[in-house]
Write a protein that binds this ligand. Structure first.
Ligand SMILES: [Zn+2]
Length: 145
């Protein structure tokens, strides 16, 4: 297979693909003043390269504003720290399965993903039992009171 497929860039900034042996013509402005950027052996890789090349121009703005709002959300989260108590309750809630049961493995997993020491489950569960919100139903499972 030869490198029959070309990614070219027009002077207007638009990137598009064309097949070797044909005359490239910009699909946006109709110009044929194009620069060869890269060659490919199949049309599929070319298609990916074309969308990649055009991504920054068309989507960069949208993507960056999305990222900015994401950072803003994270910042506001950090500015309003959740109390440990509330954090633990959230962890316990998300560790609860559809039967309302909390398995030890799920609790450890949720502690892990919340960035807490999964070995601290014992004191967390112990605290919840003392508070009367959880009751043990087997060696390694609990349910809400
Ligand atoms: Zn053009």
């Amino acid at each position: 297979m030869g490198l029959d497929w070309c990614l070219v860039r027009c002077k207007c900034g638009h990137s598009f693909g064309h097949r070797n042996g044909t005359k490239p013509k910009c699909t946006i402005c109709g110009s044929n003043e194009v620069t060869n950027v890269q060659q490919f052996s199949d049309s599929r890789s070319l298609a990916y390269a074309v969308s990649d090349a055009n991504l920054p121009k068309e989507l960069a703005k949208e993507l960056s504003s999305r990222l900015e709002s994401k950072f803003a959300i994270e910042e506001s989260r950090q500015q309003a720290p959740v109390s440990i108590r509330e954090k633990v309750r959230r962890i316990l809630r998300s560790a609860t399965d559809e039967h309302g049961v909390l398995q030890l493995s799920a609790i450890r997993r949720e502690l892990d993903s919340a960035g807490l020491d999964s070995e601290s489950w014992e004191s967390i569960i112990g605290g919840a039992e003392l508070e009367g919100i959880l009751v043990r139903c087997s060696n390694d499972s609990w349910r809400w009171v």
